[in-house]
Write a protein that binds this ligand. Structure first.
Ligand code: UDP
Length: 493
């Protein structure tokens, strides 16, 4: 092993006049790929002399169709080079895995030899300065260590959530119960007390394979050369300080440097160029008064049952507020979540009788997908009912639009606590024990958001954070300084 390291090191030194490269390793879902590409673009903006290499994992099952997206990035940003790794073959036992997180972890585990080969091959032509992994790809760290390349994580959620994963191994040691049954408030440094059932969904059930995988990835975090986080100093200062001060890890485990370089948000769905390709919902927004419309949109995977859709419709109607609502087909037993979201819904069948007609002067329902960034930045939009995926949160902050938080999956319940209690840019949507939200709650929260003192207070706070986000990304801003430190750290690596 030592010998291999030496040869590799020597090889890198020989190449020292060769172009510098940063290798990025996203996990397969398209959302994670898009985040990594944004990171790659940001690196290129600040550090144009290097080239970015992105390793694309090929799972053996039908995954998101990333080909058109990859082709468009290659066409517009030639300094980003994609490397398609060979298809993984899963042993028969693992294909019966219950959830997609577990399957993803399994695929990534088997991918390590491919990652090893790819890093060696890239280093034939480039000096690999850093290997940056998605949180799911934590097992790739051993490959980087083996090859003497500094390995970093890119954490695509907030610093508060990062604090929870850094603390997870300690939480695990202190109990033998599942978090969903613990029924307590967890003291995670830098964040408000977190109800144990609000921890990220995949870690709620202790004997679940996904729990084991997340726990394993959490233990990789401190072994890295640094953790890059898609957040900014003034958004989550307390959590960032707690992590940097080492409070989230045991005393004998040093905390790697934390680089908060965000907010990095996607520029892919801005308003179209010519008048012809402006989506209908943006033209509709043009005709609405400033700050008057509440936008309802639930990420790439958020689906509701027909009953829940009807309840939302009733709540919106009674609220009397203007709205723009993205409606998808409900999940059905014989369709995957992704496919249900792709087939356009039959609105007359799904929504209450006459709803569309009665609200046509003040509401618009969009089928399946809206250009969220452009919508949030439209002057007529004044509020956002969101599932609180981290990208949606950052997009709302950058647009200065306050939120009603309606978490559905992943780490969104955790985000609700942070947004409502710590950052104070959201009101909570409260669900019943089975997750159902009734029309009265929808009506109340939408009214509160658009027309109350509380709503106004979180609106002011969100607008202030919008300026802070711009400041963080400006020349001498905190995110730029963090990025410079990141580059210094990999130059020393
Ligand atoms: N998005 C969009 N239109 C939609 C739904 C989602 O543009 O109708 C985009 C949204 O702007 C965000 C991403 O999809 O960039 C969703 O990411 P997020 O982290 O919020 O949630 P996830 O889909 O990962 O749960």
């Amino acid at each position: 092993m030592e010998n291999k390291k030496r040869i590799f090191h020597h090889h890198q030194q020989r190449q020292s006049r060769v172009m510098e490269a940063i290798v990025l390793y996203p996990s397969p879902p398209i959302g994670h790929l898009v985040s990594m590409v944004e990171l790659g673009k940001f690196i290129l903006t600040c550090h144009p002399s290097c080239s970015i290499h992105i390793l694309i994992t090929t799972p053996p099952y039908r995954a998101d169709d990333t080909a058109p997206y990859i082709a468009s990035v290659s066409a517009t940003t030639p300094s980003i080079i994609f490397h398609h790794l060979p298809t993984i073959s899963l042993p028969p036992s693992s294909t019966s895995s219950p959830n997609h997180e577990t399957l993803t972890f399994e695929v990534l585990r088997l991918n390590n030899p491919n990652v090893h080969k790819a890093l060696l091959s890239i280093s034939n032509n480039f000096t690999v300065q850093a290997f940056i992994m998605d949180f799911f790809c934590g097992l790739g760290l051993s490959v980087a260590i083996d090859l003497n390349i500094p390995g970093y994580f890119f954490f695509t959620s907030g610093a508060g959530c990062l604090a929870s994963f850094l603390t997870l191994p300690a939480i695990h040691k202190n109990t033998d119960k599942s978090l969903k049954d613990l029924n307590t408030l967890l003291a995670i440094p830098g964040v408000p007390p977190i109800p144990s059932s609000d921890m990220p969904k995949p870690v709620l059930v202790r004997n679940d394979k996904a729990y084991e995988c997340f726990l394993e990835s959490s233990t990789q975090l401190p072994k890295s050369a640094g953790i890059i986080v898609n957040t900014f100093e003034s958004l989550e200062s307390r959590a960032i300080r707690a992590i940097s001060d080492g409070l989230c890890l045991p005393e004998d485990v040093p905390t790697p440097p934390i680089f908060c370089i965000g907010p990095l948000i996607f520029a892919h769905n801005q308003r179209g160029g010519g008048n012809d390709d402006v989506p209908e919902c943006l033209t509709w927004l043009d005709s609405q008064p400033s700050g008057s419309v509440v936008f309802l949109c639930f990420g790439s995977l958020g689906l509701f049952t027909k009953e829940q859709l009807r309840e939302i419709a009733a709540g919106l109607e009674r609220s009397g507020q203007r709205f723009l609502w993205v409606v998808r087909n409900p999940p059905s037993h014989n369709q995957s979540v992704a496919i249900a979201g792709q087939v356009d819904p039959d609105l007359d069948y799904l929504l209450p009788d006459g709803f569309l007609d009665r609200t046509k002067d003040r509401g618009l329902v969009v089928k399946s997908w809206a250009p969220q960034v452009a919508v949030l930045n439209h002057d007529s939009v004044g509020g956002f009912v969101s599932h609180c995926g981290w990208n949606s949160v950052l997009e709302a902050v950058c647009a200065g639009v306050p939120i009603v938080s309606w978490p559905l999956y992943a780490e969104q319940r955790f985000n609700r606590v942070i947004l409502v209690e710590e950052i104070k840019i959201a009101l909570p949507m409260n669900e019943s024990l089975d997750g159902f939200v009734n029309a009265t709650e929808v009506e109340k929260r939408v009214r509160e958001l658009m027309d109350s003192e509380e709503g106004e207070s979180i609106r002011k706070r969100t607008k202030a954070l919008k300026s802070e986000a711009n400041a963080a990304l400006s020349e001498a801003g905190t995110s730029r300084i963090a990025f410079t430190k990141l580059v210094e750290s990999w130059n020393q690596g």
